[in-house]
Design a protein around this ligand. Structure first.
Ligand SMILES: CC(C)(COP(=O)(O)OP(=O)(O)OC[C@H]1O[C@@H](n2cnc3c(N)ncnc32)[C@H](O)[C@@H]1OP(=O)(O)O)[C@@H](O)C(=O)NCCC(=O)NCCS
Length: 191
């Protein structure tokens, strides 16, 4: 299948399609406790059939142009991914999200994959606003938003009930001109 290289460490971004159900389930089993600390991503995938259903739901969103799921492979092993939770081409708004199993953390995999996703959204699909929403306690996630150059807009106080706690949700975003400016700055710094 086609893949986008994320650097010289063998990391790749590929569409995470329903036929990956077995691999997706094995990955979730390795990372479930970590992944589900703040979000229920993949929680409904408890066997191969339900894993396929989760992936099919995103495949359907992709077909409808309302969202999509992309896996990150490191040395041929699925270790996480990035996604468009919402994709609203008509209003040029998108919401992105991410997850990793512990073995994939600390390498910039999500930051690198997210750059590919946002570039695609902004440059190819003319998305104007890319949004990032995370629990206020989810420091690694907020760090990714900051690293991507997003702006912290505010807090939806105690808006997200999860595992018996009402979490504050932080809303971050980046607008298309800000993204282009950040990319130009990064390219100059690389010279
Ligand atoms: C959120 C989550 C994906 C962040 O993982 P992460 O590994 O910190 O994020 P990245 O892949 O972008 O890697 C960044 C880390 O790699 C380091 N790094 C190494 N090489 C890097 C590079 N080329 N570019 C950027 N960062 C790099 C960074 O310094 C950072 O480490 P630090 O936080 O110790 O400074 C992870 O904590 C997770 O999956 N959590 C559970 C699911 C979840 O909560 N998802 C988000 C819901 S809102």
């Amino acid at each position: 299948m086609y893949a986008i290289s994320l650097g010289d460490d063998g990391a790749e971004l590929r569409p995470l399609e329903p036929w990956y159900a077995e691999e997706f389930l094995a990955h979730l089993e390795r990372g479930r406790d970590f992944i589900n600390q703040y979000i229920p991503f993949g929680a409904k995938a408890t066997d191969v059939d339900s894993a396929r259903e989760v992936l099919q739901r995103y495949a359907d969103m992709r077909a409808a142009d309302t969202g999509s799921l992309h896996g990150i492979w490191l040395d041929g092993k699925l270790v996480g991914g990035v996604l468009f939770l919402n994709f609203d081409a008509e209003n040029a708004n998108a919401e992105v999200g991410c997850w990793l199993e512990p073995a994939g953390t600390g390498r910039g995999l999500v930051t690198r994959a997210m750059r590919v996703l946002i570039d695609f959204a902004v440059e190819q699909r003319r998305i104007h606003r890319v949004e990032w929403i995370a629990s206020a306690g989810n420091t690694p996630s907020l760090d990714v938003a900051r690293r991507l150059g997003m702006t912290r807009e505010g807090v939806r106080r105690e808006s997200y009930p999860y595992r018996g706690v009402r979490h504050d949700l932080e809303v971050w975003s980046i607008l298309a001109p800000e993204w282009r400016e950040a990319r130009t700055r990064a390219a100059h710094n690389d010279r």
